[in-house]
Structure formats: structure tokens, C-alpha cells
Design a protein around this ligand. Sequence first.
Ligand SMILES: Nc1nc2c(c(=O)[nH]1)N[C@H]1C(S)=C(S)[C@@H](COP(=O)(O)OP(=O)(O)OC[C@H]3O[C@@H](n4cnc5c(=O)[nH]c(N)nc54)[C@H](O)[C@@H]3O)O[C@H]1N2
Ligand SMILES: Nc1nc2c(c(=O)[nH]1)N[C@H]1C(S)=C(S)[C@@H](COP(=O)(O)OP(=O)(O)OC[C@H]3O[C@@H](n4cnc5c(=O)[nH]c(N)nc54)[C@H](O)[C@@H]3O)O[C@H]1N2
Ligand code: SF4
Ligand code: SF4
Ligand code: FES
Ligand SMILES: [Mo]
Length: 888
Amino acid sequence: MLRVTLNGVQVECAYDSTVLQVLRANGCDVPALCHDDRLKPVGACRLCMVEIEGEPRPVASCTTLPAEGMVILTDTPALRSLRSTNLSLLATHYPVDAVQRDPAHPFHRLLDEYGVLPGNQPRDFLFHDASHPYLGVDMDRCISCYRCARICDEVQGQFVWWAWERGARTHLAPDGDTLLDGGCVSCGACVDSCPSGALFDKRSTKPERWTRSTCVYCGVGCQMDVGSSNGRVVQVRPAASPVNRGHLCVKGRYAFEFNHAEDRVTTPLLRQDGKWHAVSWDEALDYTAGKLQEIAARDGSDAIGVLGSARATNEENYLAQKFARVVLRTNNVDCCARVCHTPSAKALKTMLGTGAATNSFDDIERTKLFLLCGCNPTENHPIVGARIKQAVRNGAQLIVIDPRRIELADYATLHLPVRIGQNIALFNAMAATIIDEGLLDHGFAADRVEGLAQFVEFIRDYAPEKVADACGIPADLIRSAARLYAKAKPAMCFHGLGVTEHTQGTEGVMTLINLALLTGNLGKAGAGINPLRGQNNVQGAAQMGCDPNSLTGAQSISEARTRFEAIWRAPVPQNRGLDLMAMMDAAAAGSFTALWAFGYDVYLSLANVNQTGKALEKLDLVIIQDLFMNQTARAFGHVFLPAASVFEKDGTFMNSDRRVQRVRQSVAPPGDTRPDWWIIQQLAARMGHASQFSFDSPQSIWNEVRSVWPAGAGLSYSRLERESINWPCPDESHSGTPFLHAGRFAIGQRASLACIPVMPTAEQRDANYPFMLTTGRTLTHFNAGTMTYRTPNTQLQASDVLDMATSDAQRLGFHDGEPVQLSSRYGSTILPLRLSEAIQPGELFTSFHHPDQLINCVTSPYRDRIVKSPEYKVTAVQVAHLPQNING
Ligand SMILES: Nc1nc2c(c(=O)[nH]1)N[C@H]1C(S)=C(S)[C@@H](COP(=O)(O)OP(=O)(O)OC[C@H]3O[C@@H](n4cnc5c(=O)[nH]c(N)nc54)[C@H](O)[C@@H]3O)O[C@H]1N2
Ligand SMILES: Nc1nc2c(c(=O)[nH]1)N[C@H]1C(S)=C(S)[C@@H](COP(=O)(O)OP(=O)(O)OC[C@H]3O[C@@H](n4cnc5c(=O)[nH]c(N)nc54)[C@H](O)[C@@H]3O)O[C@H]1N2
Ligand code: SF4
Ligand code: SF4
Ligand code: FES
Ligand SMILES: [Mo]
């Protein structure tokens, strides 16, 4: 620590702080208009000036470091006069009427404090844009601090704002007619940083209170402050946390209006004679309990199943699986992790011993190289995407393996547009290169790797030259990628559904783990194999035990049975539980008759709608617990239980890098909606299990979770209040585990390499179905679309679109924007076509978010060979003009 004298008082400060930080830490409030903690200081506005003894002139405190014994003055007549002069220069063009309209604005108060009148001088040029649904622009109020441009460059990495012209004519504007034309992704960071009101949120209701919580959308787990007024969410602001560091994406920041949508279901509903009727909770719960008991007596416990929700809290998912096991007496419980990263969890658990991301997001700034495989972070995990971009700008290298030229491919050292479905051939060829060219990490292999000799034999068949044609990647590019990955240390791998959602999904992840084992990229900072998990709590839903084969904490039923039986005071069922896909198959076959799905739109989101429909229509009881009448409820529901949203309840989520973070209630649940945990407990009580389901709060549920899950025992609510901890965290003095497998794997000293031969999927192109379709996501919409399509994000994107290579479109006479018929061997839908340079000829891409387009009409019935995730990423299709377009 250093000691300095601040306005006559001695204070201590850290070596690496700036003088401005010292002032602020000591409650000394100097104006600092061009400063933002998230940005590199530039010292441009000259308002934060201070006098330092021995310095001939005042200095900018934001760009000055303290020194031992420094004597600092912040408020002298000379400084006040200097600030006043500088402020009037900044306000030369500032409009007077803006001040009159809103005198309480911080910038206007500052003008007032320094007696500065806005100059009100006309401007030569002004950028106007009234078209953005969220961002308001009034560049008349720009004071040229460039915070918008800097935060857009330095944090979001979008480079939308440019300073045009010189001297007095200098002005900020995007390179395009509108912000969106200029590449804006609507993150709101520039609005957040702008001190003058030139950029502002169009939705202007002032919050009465702010509540710290976790984002309701993706698995990044951004921390946010939710502003509410009159029982409504009216604003969201980013919070400083290790995950998002004061930044959000368009969904977290702006897409909250679904919460107050007019068609939010706010009373329990029962379907009678084909029509929904509003009923009381007593009626709904009595009916549901009675029906479940009747079905259990008639068809047996194993004819019933529960699907937990990746959108609900850990506490609620814990209760959901406990309900299945204790009340229904079945292990038939699963969640939508089945369809996305169960392959990752299975591969990581099998090979390394823990089925979760090995490293933490903190390592993004520590790694030398990113290997991105089948994930699209700038759209699907935007805060991770933005951090990767900045790390690459700061010198890290990047390899992108994705059939499409995703945004990050523009930043990549190498982009390998692997042919859809050919990951394993490619990853094996990279492994073959590492062996062949002597790039193996010998020390690591000797210490920690098993099965090398056998692997060396096996991998000979996968020399890049042998598989290049199949993967669609030239052999020398495969070799370059392998060399780059093997030589840059540490190297960090992130992967997504482009690896997992295949018939060889689990095996695809195993071949990635091989690469990390061969190069020693495990058990250290800045390395690892990291699935980018999907929803806000998909990691948690599975970890809490919404999985037929494991109990809370991914503990095997046979090993952990005694612990759970003691705490639950009930036997853990003996049956081999059905996973989600097995439940569907059993339903179609008639041996599974009741399903309770909460926060999961099964019908819309499972592959092959036709097949899903045939299963769901056979069920005698479909209980849906959701915010909205989702597609499953609409078509097949018998009971609808209206749930409170994430904004309306307390609890915790578990993010992609194993952090448990608090969710806090901001507004009251509307109408008769109730938190999922309340609903589950009520039903359990009606079915004779009140004593095991009598928790009075999410915290008391969480304390039971901690008692059954040793690796989570240290994560008390009181710690979560002030810390962000990655599990394993076995006790309250443990500081958490940012990276796994240090020194030793969870599975043992050594991990075994996996010899995985390529087994082509049965889904192949032919003359009738000449295109290969892959499906995924877009930035502005989220999964089943129930939430984002009820927000102004629809103005950013109105529907799913089909991306086709421009060369294919020209060859076949398709036009940009034309609605086309997309058909596979399984079904058909209509959607607009978009010409794209990002997609390879012969391949197509679309998202699956819009309920009307129901893309899963088209996807195939094939599944991962090991954990059964649907093969959403590979479908042979044809594209045709609509009849009216041919005629007209
Ligand atoms: N904006 C937004 N964000 C989301 C979601 C959302 O709906 N919208 N959903 C959330 C959820 S649930 C999840 S699971 C995550 C998923 O996040 P990601 O894993 O990033 O999701 P996808 O877009 O489905 O697929 C990623 C990439 O796989 C590529 N791909 C397709 N086939 C192949 C292949 O054969 N090989 C390789 N190497 N790549 C291939 C696609 O081109 C695509 O760019 O996103 C989460 N975040
Ligand atoms: N073609 C194709 N299909 C896919 C995929 C793909 O890549 N391609 N990806 C698959 C993947 S990875 C996933 S994860 C699934 C996602 O599919 P889903 O899990 O069905 O989609 P979500 O939109 O995440 O959320 C489901 C429901 O949760 C509700 N909900 C939100 N918050 C709460 C809450 O607090 N309580 C309750 N009870 N309900 C709540 C929402 O209203 C919504 O109806 O889609 C899969 N489908
Ligand atoms: S909203 Fe985000 S992407 Fe758009 S201009 Fe502002 S900082 Fe840049
Ligand atoms: S990156 Fe994910 S968690 Fe963060 S604001 Fe966006 S949707 Fe929310
Ligand atoms: S805040 Fe220090 S010069 Fe602007
Ligand atoms: Mo997912």
C-alpha cells in the first residue's frame, strides 16, 4: 500500500489504482466526464483535474498514478475555475432546452454547479436515427467524450461509432444510415456510458427500486440490476461481476417486456371438452393430484415422468426430481440438458470424472489461443463472445471450426468450415497430426495420460490427407490448425451444439478431450474443454438431479442412495429411469401415460414434430407449468399451472462456468401465478408428502441441497451474497475451484484417450434432398421464442430465416427475402430465404425460435448413440419456390 495526503488527510491506496480511484474510494467526488471504469483512461475532458504538490500544472486524476507521500488537492479556486472553463468548452453546442426539460440530469446539475450556461451553438452536422426500438439518439447533446465509441470498441467490440471530419466539424456517427446498418447489436453499452444524454434508453420510466439478480436468458449468467416501478420491470442495467463486468447483451439488457405480456397466463387452467377453463389453485391441484394417483394405481409409477426446467431455479429443479423420486417413486425425471449438453457432461464425466466445464470465464484473458468448435458465442453467449473478441484484439490466437463463417471467424487466425456432421474425422485428423509431427506434450502424457500406445495405432487411419475430402478441409489447413493448437500454451477450447447435437455427439466431445489430453491443456488456468451451456440454469437443472441416472450433484444413484434416503426419509426408487427421449418412445408405445413438464416447450423444441406429436397425443395427462400457453400446452395440455417468472421469485442459478448465483425477486407475481417451488410443494402435500416438502423459502431448500451434495456444501446464501464461487466448494472456508483437474483428474491420476471411429449418420443427401440443413440460434431470439417474441426484439428480427449461399440461390433462381418451402423426408415448413456469404454451397442454416414456422417439422428422428440427444444439426432437405411465386 501507498500513503498519500488527500485534502490534508492521510489515506492509503493500492499501487495500481489511479488518483481518480483514490479520490472516489475516499468519498471525494470530482467530475470525470470522459471516464468509465470499464474503459482505458484517456484524460480528454480535463474535468477530473487535481493539484499535486510539486507539479507545475494541474493534472488529470484519471490518468495519473499515486506515489508515496503524494499531496493532492481537489478543490481550490484555481481548479474550480479551470473546470468551469473546460466544461463550457464541452458545452459549446449543448442545447439550452435540454437543460430546461430535465434539470435533474447529472450533466445538467454539473453545469449548474459550475455556473456554466450551455453554448447552444448550431452544429454543422448531426446524426439522426429514430429507428432503433431501444436506443434513443439525440446527438445535439453530444459533448465529444467518445465514451460511446470507446465502449463499443473496447468492451462490445462492434466498432459502430466513428469520428467523422476534423476540427469543429468533428462528429460521431455510425458507418451507415442507422445504428443497425452500422453493425450495432443493441447491447446498450454506449447508452450506459454516455454522460450527457445524447444516447438514451427510449423506455424512460424511472425505476422506484433496483434489485440485483441474474439474467433470465442464457448460461453465461450475467449479473444485472433490475429496475421496477408499480409492480413492473421497467429497466435493466448491467452490474459489475466477474462474469459480465458491467456489460449485457440485447436480451438481458432490453428483452424483459414478456414479463408483462397481455397473454401471460395468470390463473390455473383445466381443459374440459377441449376448452380451457380458469379454475382455483385448489381445484387445479386437487384434480392433478387425483389424476396422478389414479394413473399411478392403474399404470404403475413408471408410467409417469417429470421434466424439470432449465429456466427455473436450482431449488425448484431439486424439488422437481425429489418429487419424482419421493412422491411418484420413479427415476423418470429429466430436463432439456438432454437435448444440448448431456453429451458434453457424459463425455467429460466418462473421461475426466466431472461432467462440467473444466475452466472458468476468468481464463478468457489468460489463454494464448481459443479453439472454438461448433459454437457461436457472439450470438449465443454474447458476453463471452465479446470477451473473446477483446482477448484476440489483445493478442490471443483463435481457431474457429464451424461450417458457417460466424462473426468470430473474421477475427480468427484459422477458420475451418468443416462439412456438417464431420467433426470426428476432423478432430481425429488433428490428433493424428499432433502424434505424427511430434507435438505431443510428453511430460503431461507420461504423468497423466493412459492408453497412448493404443491410440497412436488407432489414429494412423486418420491422417489429414485421408480425411480431408470427407471433412471438406484441405489437409494442410488441418495440419496448421493442429500445430497452432498444440504449440500455443495454454489453449482453451469452447464448444457448442455443433459438436454435441449429432448421432456421434458424445463421441465428438470425447475426440475434443483427446486433443486437450495430447497437448496437456487440462488441469491448468487458461486451458480446458468448456461446453458453453445453454439456458440460465441448464447446468443447474441437471446438476440438481433432473436426470434419470443421477441424483443431485451428478452422484450415481447406487453410490449416493444411502445419503439421500437418510435425508429424504424415503427410499430412492430402484427402476432404471426413462430419459426424455425414452419417455417419448414409451408414450408412443402406450406404456407411459402422464407427463409433468415445467418450463419446457417439448413439442416445439424436440426434433421431428410429427414423432413428438404422436407420442404426446397418447398421454392421458399432460401437465404444463409455464408463463405462457406454449405450443405443448396449446396442442396437448390437460392442466396448466401458471408459474411466476425469474423476475418474480428468489433462488439460485448455476451458470456455464460452475458459479452459483442469486436470483432475487424484483416484482410480485401477477394474478394467481406462483413460483414453481410453491406449486411443487403444494402438489406433494396433496399426495401425502407434506413433511418432506415443507420448505418455507428457497434458502431452506438450498440448505438441503448443500446437505446432499458435498461439492456444493460451502455455497451458503450468505456467501453468495458477497462472492462469486465456482464449485467444487466443499465447505464455507473453501474459496472454490476456478479450474478442475489440477494435478490429478477427478477420475484418478490418469485419464484415458478415447479411440473413436467415424460412424456416418444415416441422414444423408440424395437427389431429392440435395441440401444439408443445420439449425441453431440467432442473437435476438431465444429458444422456444415464448419470451423474446413478446418483446420489441421482434422489430430487430421478425421471424426465422433460411440462409442459403448466394451462389446456390443464383444457380437455382431464388431471391433474397422470398418465402420458400423447406422440406425434408419428415416434414415441411415455409420461411423467408436470405442470401448469405457465411454459408457453404450445398448447406443451409436456420434458427428454430418462431412457433409458427416450427422448424422442427423438418428435423430428423436420429439421436446421439450414447445419450440420445436429437441430431438437430444434420437434416437433408430440399428447397422449393411456393406455387404462387412460380405462377406470379
Ligand atoms: N441468442 C440466443 N442465445 C442462446 C440461445 C438462443 O436461443 N438464442 N439458446 C441457448 C441454448 S439453450 C444453448 S444450448 C446455447 C447453444 O449455443 P451454441 O452451441 O453456440 O448453438 P447453435 O447456434 O445451436 O450451434 C452453434 C454452431 O454450430 C455450428 N454447427 C452446425 N453443425 C456443425 C458441425 O457439424 N460441426 C461444427 N463444428 N459446427 C457445426 C453452427 O453453424 C452454429 O454456428 O445457446 C444459448 N444461448
Ligand atoms: N431445430 C432445433 N431445435 C432445437 C435446438 C436446435 O439447435 N435446433 N436446440 C435445442 C436446445 S439446446 C434446447 S435447450 C431446447 C430449448 O427448448 P425449451 O427448453 O422448450 O425452450 P426455452 O425457450 O428455453 O424455455 C421453455 C419454456 O420455459 C418457460 N419459462 C421461462 N421461465 C420460466 C420459469 O421460471 N418457470 C416456468 N415454469 N417456466 C418458465 C418459457 O416460457 C418457455 O415456454 O430446444 C432444442 N431444440
Ligand atoms: S448498443 Fe452496443 S453495439 Fe450498439 S452502438 Fe452501442 S455499444 Fe455499440
Ligand atoms: S449474455 Fe446471456 S446471461 Fe448475459 S445478458 Fe446476454 S442472455 Fe443474459
Ligand atoms: S475524466 Fe479524467 S480527463 Fe476526463
Ligand atoms: Mo440448450
